[in-house]
Design a protein around this ligand. Structure first.
Ligand SMILES: [Zn+2]
Length: 312
């Protein structure tokens, strides 16, 4: 320990400060007081790791930012800033660890949410900033691992991004099922070439919904083989649809007909990133009894949220 002012060694202990009782020192030569640099596990944030982890866990259990604020005593803006930083960190963890996945049956789908306002109500000055935002996911039906995801508009660009990212994370040939969205077949061809067994499961819904609060009635489903030789028994989007429901229940931002929706695209994307890392590494799957990452062989234990927020 040397004095930061005069570099004199061997300072005198000079009490502590703060709730965490950080040791303070005084230089015997120039009289300057100082304390050793504290580790900053969360970068620029000074929130203790336990508090930040608890807030993130509550956000992943369906609570709104304001209710998390009331429960943890953290300020709303602190929680939002943490979401941004930790969401980006979690995206890095996901990126680095979800690699060489040996999946068998992968299912893809998109789930809708909105930011600020629904597309038809976006005021002119918020065009391009607010509106509909889709979460694109690819899930392995066997291990329930989220292999790839994208957040953005419902556009061919995102379909390509998802497929190319998915292909880059796999180590085995897969059977792939997507919904009937017409950009998928071309995107799959570009990303996988002939190295895939690919089928589309198109669902047709009744034109007029029976009511605002119930989903439209399913009329028929058609299975169409696009490429390779997919096993008909596994042409399904059930698991990815179930995952979409789980996400709707776990992230308050996705709850329809409430005002818990996202107010900023960046926070929305960060929260989705955090949720997927949390889902893969921290959340014990009810039917698997382990986390999806353990089932897929890319993690050897259940990660705590504290571990996730400090990783990467
Ligand atoms: Zn000094």
């Amino acid at each position: 320990m040397t004095c930061p002012k005069c570099a004199h060694a061997n300072p005198k202990r000079f009490g502590t400060y703060g709730a965490r009782k950080i040791q303070r020192y005084r230089c015997r030569d120039c009289g300057a007081t100082f304390s050793p640099a504290q580790p900053k596990p969360l970068g620029r944030h000074t929130t203790p790791v336990e508090d930040a982890s608890r807030a993130m866990l509550l956000l992943c259990e369906g609570m709104s930012v304001r209710s998390v604020s009331r429960m943890t005593g953290l300020h709303k803006n602190t929680i939002l800033r943490l979401t941004r930083t930790l969401g980006d960190k979690a995206a890095n963890v996901f990126n680095a660890t979800v690699r060489n996945v040996s999946a068998c049956q992968v299912e893809c789908d998109e789930v809708w949410a909105f930011c600020g306002s629904k597309m038809k109500n976006v005021p002119p000055d918020k065009r391009g900033v607010w509106g509909d935002v889709w979460t694109w996911t690819a899930i392995d039906a066997e291990t329930k691992l989220i292999v790839s995801y994208r957040v953005g508009p419902r556009s061919p660009r995102l379909a390509y991004d998802l497929m190319i990212d998915l292909a880059s994370r796999l180590s085995t040939r897969i059977q792939l099922t997507t919904d009937g969205l017409y950009w998928y077949p071309h995107a799959v061809e570009r990303a996988f070439g002939i190295d895939v067994d690919y089928a589309v499961l198109a669902k047709r819904y009744a034109e007029t919904p029976q009511g605002r609060y119930s989903p439209p009635r399913l009329i028929s489903t058609t299975k169409e083989v696009i490429r390779g030789n997919p096993d008909p028994a596994h042409i399904s989007t059930s698991f990815v649809e179930r995952q979409n429901l789980t996400m709707r229940m776990c992230l308050r931002r996705f709850t329809r007909l409430t005002n818990g929706f996202s107010k900023s695209m960046a926070h929305h994307a960060a929260m989705v990133s955090f949720y997927f890392a949390f889902y893969n590494f921290c959340r014990v799957h009810q039917t698997l009894r382990v986390t999806p990452a353990m089932e897929a062989g890319i993690a050897d234990h259940v990660w705590s949220v504290a571990e996730l927020v400090q990783a990467a």
